[in-house]
Design a protein around this ligand. Structure first.
Ligand code: HEC
Ligand code: HEC
Length: 328
């Protein structure tokens, strides 16, 4: 019983100590953000670390030249700033690499908005001919032969290294990649100095004067739904017609998942094919009311934008940058 009789100050110190330990865990560096996690894949520090190693491991590709980080580079907001990416043997992907920051909040993955979990997504690039070109059976042999991976699989999952271990740990790492503490977020939490007057004017334009938040609402700046924003007047003859490829429903032609606009100045070039190089080009697209595809969402109509308003919108996009994840 003696052990249980803590004195007041000792108890206080103990509690303080516990809360300090708690703050050090990467799971608690999320600054109050609750990260949705599937019940069959709870986050743990060891799992995130294993996922991080796998994410940077070029052995995931058939010729050992490409890792997930080849196309999703931490220093570039987990994009690669290329129009389309380069996979094994100099091959090009069909689409522009999206940022995977905040992917914990994805309701659907990919531009076709068709994959429901991160766990399912992991196997796609590994097996895709132009990306990593591997097959899971052979890849498991390679990774299982690595004693460090095998040991981690046993310790964390109590099983041999297999596809379950691979997809669960990479997804756990992805869920740890948060960028939700930008100037905009701090402003929303009550820090009135976190945004300057120009940025605030830009937010007002974006959310009240214009119609942008219909598809790019805060806090994630996407609805995660596939929409046709009139990027092209016609998709005839184009190999990529968007979500149409999934169900061959003609109403899906030209529909792509709405991208988040967080870290926008870092994630150029823009759109599913990287066809617009700058934020100005994107704004020009919306100012003219899109290119008038028959299925273009009716919300998108032409509007006027003065030079000052353009500056304000761009300043607002700067207020959506949070690179704190680089220090974690
Ligand atoms: C060769 C470049 C390349 C490699 C390697 C690559 N990706 Fe991607 N990634 C892309 C492209 C391009 C897309 C968009 C594909 C689409 O929408 O059809 C994408 C999409 C994603 C998405 C969906 C994001 C969203 O907003 O829907 C996730 C998550 C992702 N990749 C994670 C990974 C992981 C994990 C790996 C390693 C196992 C990986 N990627 C390897 C290029 C790459
Ligand atoms: C009807 C839905 C919708 C509305 C309204 C809308 N967007 Fe978009 N936005 C999209 C879709 C869909 C894409 C991606 C299209 C593609 O990849 O081809 C996109 C892409 C973008 C991109 C490029 C992001 C990237 O990473 O590639 C920016 C920037 C953007 N929109 C800004 C705006 C602004 C500013 C407004 C308001 C003037 C606006 N959007 C209104 C649906 C919409």
């Amino acid at each position: 019983m003696k052990l249980l009789r803590f004195s007041g100050p000792f108890l206080l110190l103990l509690l303080l100590g516990l809360s300090l330990v708690k703050c050090k865990s990467p799971l608690d560096l999320n600054l109050g953000t609750v990260v949705p996690t599937p019940s069959d894949n709870p986050q743990s520090e060891a799992k995130i670390e294993l996922g991080r190693k796998l994410f940077f491991d070029t052995r995931l590709s058939i010729d050992g030249t490409v890792s997930c980080a080849t196309c999703h580079k931490p220093g570039r907001a987990f994009t690669d700033n290329l129009k389309v990416s380069e996979g094994i043997r100099g091959q090009h992907t069909e689409r522009n690499s999206p940022s995977i920051l905040n992917s914990a909040f994805l309701k659907t993955a990919m531009f076709d908005a068709h994959l429901e979990t991160l766990e399912l997504q992991v196997i796609v690039p590994i097996q895709e001919k132009t990306e990593m070109g591997h097959n899971m059976k052979d890849l498991m042999k390679v990774l299982r032969a690595d004693p460090a991976y095998q040991k981690a699989a046993q310790e964390i999952f109590h099983r041999d290294f297999d596809a379950w271990v691979l997809t669960r740990s990479i997804s756990a790492y992805e869920r740890s990649l948060l960028s939700m503490n930008s100037g905009f977020d701090q402003y929303q939490k009550g820090n009135k100095h976190a945004m300057n007057a120009t940025e605030k004017a830009g937010w007002k334009l974006f959310s009240e004067t214009l119609y942008c938040t219909k598809c790019h609402p805060a806090p994630y700046f996407t609805t995660y739904v596939a929409e046709n924003n009139g990027l092209y007047a016609s998709y005839e003859g184009k190999s990529d017609q968007g979500r149409f490829r999934i169900h061959h429903d003609s109403l899906d032609i030209g529909k792509f998942k709405v991208p988040s606009l967080r870290n926008l100045p870092l994630t150029y070039p823009y759109m599913h094919d990287g066809s617009l190089e700058t934020i100005d080009e994107v704004l020009n697209h919306y100012v003219k009311g899109g290119n008038g595809h028959p299925l273009q969402n009716k919300t998108i109509v032409p509007f006027q934008l003065t030079a000052q308003e353009r500056k304000q919108l761009k300043a607002f996009f700067n207020a959506l940058i949070d690179t704190g994840y680089l220090n974690r």
